[in-house]
Design a protein around this ligand. Structure first.
Ligand SMILES: [Zn+2]
Length: 130
């Protein structure tokens, strides 16, 4: 008799040979794991280390890195040269994060992303903008 709900070993109730509830959860879980894996793998493609940053900072930083390849005018990104080292340009990513780039003959090379705290702490005084 097939129209009868039964209780599976997992505790869910349903019809058929397998629990569709668990099947769905398993599929969702697999999709989630694949997403996480893709996200982790995506860091291999970044020219600089971004994997300890919040996700939204990572995405914004990547956006800037991509756009820098087509346009090296840091002023478009509200970038500023540092006082103590005119070859280093600081580009704001969010309120709390900025990307340091090196100016190599007019081409900007992303160096690292640092938080506002690090920015002020790394070298006291020396990273102040002009
Ligand atoms: Zn189940």
């Amino acid at each position: 008799m097939s129209g009868h709900k039964k209780t599976f070993q997992c505790g869910h109730k349903g019809f058929g040979q397998i629990c569709h509830c668990c099947l769905q959860l398993e599929t969702q879980d697999r999709v989630q794991r694949a997403k996480k894996q893709n996200w982790r793998n995506s860091f291999d493609l970044d020219p600089i280390d971004l994997d300890r940053l919040p996700n939204y900072v990572v995405l914004k930083a990547r956006n800037i890195i991509n756009r820098l390849q087509g346009c090296s005018d840091y002023r478009i990104f509200k970038g500023k040269r540092l006082c103590h080292d005119r070859l280093v340009i600081s580009i704001p990513i969010t309120r709390n994060y900025r990307m340091l780039c090196i100016d190599r003959d007019g081409t900007l090379q992303p160096k690292q992303v640092i938080s506002h705290g690090e920015y002020n702490v790394t070298k006291p005084g020396s990273l102040l903008r002009c």
